[in-house]
Design a protein around this ligand. Structure first.
Ligand code: ATP
Ligand code: MG
Length: 333
């Protein structure tokens, strides 16, 4: 089937001006508001932001898996040049689990409790490559070995509840890798794991990128994880991107007050627990955002000029902050 293409520019994922709304009893509520985000081949890109900022909903649009009641209002999403929106469900199903794989937060819930792990890991190959279950199971054992699961031959015959949390997450990653996807979307895949296991899973993801050139979209609210894993990061706040840039830039020179607040509230990145300063207030509900800059009601630097839509201020090449005061803040840093 021929699909609309855009000239391939080396970007694995290219989201432009994407807006998504939920239809509620109160009317339409925009939860993702005009976001643009791209990922080059072999790049690991983080999306960070507080709970409710729209990280998961934006990624579900890429997978064609928006929940009931949610609708794309505008924007485009391309995977290696192929348009993913406005496609028949059959097309999105063919992409999902083949060219794009999701590693969810809760691996146990995502796994089928009644099916042996080896069969689940090999299932995408039977669905998308038409290979037999016997061959898929053999391949699954190799995949489980590649994610450094011990005794993969024996483990393949076990059920998910016989696996620890870290092993379940490895099994999900093995399943995601089975079709050698261009893009892995990892939605908080390590939040349920203890710190040591979390570090092992991050190492594994980095190895996958280094070995296969896989592009990875990594969603988290943990800046420490972004610092150890990602090349670039997008900071989301209340449905919008407020700052984006190379990770070292964002950490050394955060130029949006919200990003600064996140850094100040993150012990592992910014000094010790004694230096912790939580951001006062709460993320506004999507239907109760302040006029202009949506962070202005929590921002120590806000003034009258913040009542207008914030401009995109280029701090350095590739580093952009959506704040009218971004350059003033830089001077203060
Ligand atoms: N099924 C739904 N119906 C109505 N609103 C929803 C639904 N699912 C999510 N939302 C709203 O969409 C917004 C974005 O939610 P989303 O799950 O993308 O946030 P998130 O950044 O992934 O948060 P978290 O860090 O908690 O996972 C939130 O305001 C949420 O309340
Ligand atoms: Mg989420």
């Amino acid at each position: 089937m021929s699909q609309p293409k855009q000239p391939f520019d080396g970007l694995t994922l290219d989201i432009k001006h994407l807006s998504i709304a939920f239809q509620t009893r109160q009317g339409s509520v925009t939860v993702v508001d005009d976001i643009s985000l791209n990922i080059g081949k072999g790049e690991i890109v983080g999306v960070i932001g507080e709970s409710g900022s729209g990280k998961t909903i934006a990624s579900l649009a890429v997978l064609g898996m928006l929940p009931r009641g949610a609708r794309v209002l505008e924007g485009t999403v391309h995977l290696s040049g192929d348009s993913l929106l406005d496609q028949p469900e059959s097309y999105q199903r063919a992409i999902r689990g083949d060219r794009v794989a999701l590693i969810p937060q809760d691996a146990l819930r995502a796994l089928n409790p009644t099916l042996q792990v080896g069969l689940q890991v090999g299932e995408p190959l039977t669905l998308h490559r038409g290979i037999s279950w016997t061959t898929a199971r053999k391949k699954a054992v190799e995949l489980l070995r590649s994610v450094e699961l011990r005794d993969p031959e024996q483990r393949a015959d076990e059920y998910p509840h016989q696996f620890s949390g870290g092993m379940q997450q490895r099994a999900m990653i093995a399943m995601g890798l089975s079709t050698e996807p261009e893009l892995l979307i990892a939605d908080e895949p390590t939040t349920a794991l203890d710190v040591t296991v979390q570090a092992q899973v991050l190492d594994l993801l980095r190895n996958i990128r280094d070995t296969h050139g896989t592009s990875i979209l990594f969603i988290t609210h943990d800046l420490g994880v972004v610092a150890t894993l990602c090349d670039r990061v997008y900071v989301m706040y209340s449905g919008a991107i407020v700052e984006e840039g190379p990770v070292e830039q964002i950490f050394s020179n955060p130029s949006h007050p919200y990003t600064r607040g996140l850094l100040d509230a993150t012990p592992r990145v910014h000094g010790t627990l004694t230096g912790l300063k939580p951001i006062p207030g709460q993320i506004p509900l999507p239907d109760a955002r302040p006029v202009g800059c949506r962070f202005s009601d929590r921002c120590a630097f806000a003034g009258a000029e913040c009542r207008q839509t914030p401009p995109a201020v280029t701090v350095q090449e590739g580093h952009v902050a959506y704040c009218v005061k971004a350059l003033e803040l830089e001077l203060e840093a």
